[in-house]
Write a new protein. Sequence first.
Length: 342
Amino acid sequence: MDGRGLGVTLTRHIWEEQQIHPEATGEFSDILNQVAWAAKVISREVNKAGLVDLLGYTGERNVQGEEVLKLDRYANEVWMSVLRHSGHFCILASEELAEPVVFPPKWRKAKYAIAIDPLDGSSNIDVNVSIGSIFAIHRRVSEGDEGTPDDLLQPGRRLAAAGYVVYGSSTILVLSTGNGVHGFTLDPSVGEFLKSHPDIRIPARGKTYSVNEGNFPYWSEGVRRFVAHMKEKDSSSGRPYGARYIGSMVADMHRTLLKGGIFMYPADTKDPRKPHGKLRLLYECAPMAFLCEQAGGAASTGQGPVLDVVPESLHQRVPFFAGSVENVREAEEFIAQYDGSA
Ligand code: P6P
């Protein structure tokens, strides 16, 4: 809270960034306010899903082959509507849609492309566990009237902005426009996101690891040895580490950003259709990797930085190891030693 007890809103935060970083344009203020608007609407519905028949399944399956929950479809529709009418985006990719959506040219030439996971972790909705939305915003590279997939298939290193919303005990928007990572908590009494987590920094090393250990038999030798290493008793290095796994990437990554440690979804041999793990590059791993690096952490495929991966397809999956720099480097060392470089 500042001296007048009013708190710092998203709009004021962007204005303050403009004073420090002149390259930050006022356009981002409007973009982030549109993102905040979508987050407020979804937060309202998530918090009462059980009361308005938004729980349960639609009976449909999405491009991932996953059963679509009513709230998944609702969230996708909210994001699509808000982003389409913002005028800032020429093309959108969504976890829920097989193909990208090209937004028709408007009164101004849209300068950005956006990839979203409208409601991540949705399998947790019915059991009231935190879920989230993830967004990744690229500067447009196409020259024509309409956006093209090339605007989306850019390496995360080029992201203009990225962030997530976690719908939990409170609704928190965490974002970066390339000038550090900042968190804003929704004050539902005034419908405003107020800065609550200025300049988030990930500790260099953490003592928490977050992974679905049910996949242990399907991991490479390097990953199995790395996880076993963190569970060994060695008080001089603070091992064994604590295990925390929610099964909702946004919630697991939010904890990792704030507390340090490592979140992982390694490649596994469980499903031959998904040889590179479960998490998608464009709208899960790249935006989270952007935030990690902006917060002084790291995010790796196990072979190298996630942000350097050049996407080949919209729904491409990559192995994901993210969080404290020292923990991620250790994962890479075990993989290099026992699995060799790919
Ligand atoms: P598993 C949710 O479905 C999700 O995409 C991520 O939010 C989460 O990290 C992961 O899948 C959980 O997958 O296989 O551990 O249930």
